[in-house]
Ligand binder design. Structure first.
Ligand code: DX5
Ligand code: ZN
Length: 215
């Protein structure tokens, strides 16, 4: 079953409560946290996640694009995140392991993320221990970029690893997902699709969500 996770990065931050209501028919809410260091952009942080938690029962899928994310796992867990995902490039392996252990202690679902440059094999030390692997199909930092089709073989390779080592693990794809590229990532094995501009840029976000699901 394919899940759709609208990214609020493309929403109107001055009217976030209403923007969340618009995507109630989706499965998860994708929240992009950026620190201006790991990526050049700065977006939102802990207080916004806390407010979102009060505004919706949707599953909060929080994508951390921050250096040394282990420093903030407790704060985002306290704020009400359901899943936290950390970039494999954002710390040395012991720091990534420590972040995943902190999520375990807090009962938060655990995700790891790969930038486009990072190879599929990088997931192998973690795959048995995570709930989600997120493959970026744009350089992280901004919404509205062009989908990188050269990431499709990597998605397929990670799908094969998941089937072999941890079949319950979700495979999420983020960046440039729209009605044209969604079938390609589903075909490659993704089962959670993040979409920012394709949902919030649409005249009818609920219809856009249906289209992305292939309905
Ligand atoms: C980019 C973010 C994405 C972004 C996707 O760094 O991780 O979640 O919002 O936006 P679209 O769907 O417009 O590419
Ligand atoms: Zn994201």
């Amino acid at each position: 079953m394919i899940k759709i996770a609208p990214s609020i990065l493309s929403a109107d931050f001055a009217d976030l409560g209403r923007e969340v209501q618009k995507v109630q028919s989706a499965d998860w809410l994708h929240v992009d946290v950026m620190d201006g260091m790991f990526v050049s952009n700065i977006s939102i942080g802990v207080p916004v996640v806390k407010s979102l938690r009060k505004a919706t029962d949707m599953f909060l899928d929080v994508h951390l694009m921050i250096e040394k994310p282990v420093r903030y796992i407790d704060a985002f867990a306290d704020a009400g995140a359901d899943l936290l995902s950390v970039h494999l490039e954002s710390d040395m392996p012991p720091g990534i392991k420590a972040a995943l252990e902190a999520m375990d202690r807090r009962g938060v679902k655990k995700g790891i993320v790969l930038r486009p440059i990072t190879a599929a094999e990088a997931v192998l030390p973690y795959i048995k221990d995570v709930d989600l692997i997120l493959v970026m199909t744009v350089e992280p930092g901004f919404g509205g970029q062009k989908f990188m089709a050269d990431q499709l073989p990597k998605i397929a390779a990670i799908r094969r690893y998941i089937n072999e080592y941890n079949p319950d693990c979700r495979l999420e794809v983020d960046g440039g997902v729209d009605p044209n590229t969604a079938p390609l990532v589903i075909e490659a094995g993704a089962d959670v699709l993040v979409a920012g501009s394709a949902v919030y840029g649409a005249a009818d976000p609920a219809a856009a969500i249906k289209t992305l699901r292939g309905e």
